[in-house]
Design a protein. Structure first.
Length: 237
């Protein structure tokens, strides 16, 4: 009930707040509100986990997601160090090998890769970006396996119910409680493709600074190609 009634709505609201561009007089107002909302949620989840040890794993999973979202928000403010700390704490969690988990980790590693790149710490940046790329590959493999399994199920009498059952197992195989169906919604899976484009963008920069012009140009071309296909870049401009 806590996940469905409080965590999911709060995560959704936090993501909305993170996208708001505030007035110049208070440029980070919404980002701070996002962070405060998620901090409160983390505290509530931690208290519940202490009171109900049997639910500590899934509640820790919720806390890790909150830390990712909070870190992403704070990196866009003047509290960059706090944002970095939140993301690094989230990555210490023993994430289950699921689509939702990979999506959350991909965003965290991307953000840290970009942060270290901006600081011209290119070795540290490269490690995070490589991990982000690996996580993207894992999500694509899961999605392709899912599509293959769905095709094999066509024509079966209970195809729809089988599909729903498979989808639940795909997203959260590490858990068995009724909360599983809601936990998968914590991660922003829709951001997978634009996040991978961001990974390629930073890889182009990192390899460029390392003097590998060929590899840098390759990543740059891949970035531009994906932006054009996604409609985020106007080739006529």
């Amino acid at each position: 009930d806590f996940i469905k009634a409080q965590v999911l709505p709060a995560i959704s609201d936090a993501r909305r707040l993170r996208t708001i561009n505030d007035d110049e007089s208070q440029p980070y107002k919404s980002k701070y509100a996002c962070s405060d909302l998620l901090t409160l949620l983390e505290q509530q989840a931690a208290a519940l986990a202490a009171a109900h040890p049997e639910a500590s794993t899934i509640l820790s999973y919720c806390i890790a997601h909150c830390q990712v979202e909070r870190g992403l928000a704070l990196l866009e403010t003047d509290m960059v160090a706090d944002g970095q700390r939140a993301l690094e704490q989230a990555l210490q969690f023993a994430w289950p090998p699921t689509l939702a988990s990979y999506a959350a980790q991909q965003q965290a590693h991307n953000a840290l890769g970009g942060l270290w790149c901006s600081r011209e710490e290119f070795d540290a940046s490269l490690q995070h970006l490589k991990t982000a790329a690996e996580l993207y590959s894992k999500t694509k493999a899961i999605m392709q396996d899912s599509c293959g399994s769905q095709a094999q199920q066509q024509g079966q009498q209970h195809q729809e119910s089988n599909h729903n059952q498979q989808d639940q197992q795909l997203q959260q195989p590490a858990y068995s409680s009724t909360a599983d169906r809601w936990v998968a919604d914590l991660a922003d899976v829709a951001a997978l493709e634009p996040q991978y484009t961001t990974t390629l963008y930073y890889l182009a920069q990192v390899h460029g600074h390392a003097g590998d012009k060929v590899l840098s140009a390759s990543y740059c071309a891949a970035t531009l190609n994906r932006q054009v296909k996604a409609g985020s870049l106007n080739v006529n401009e």
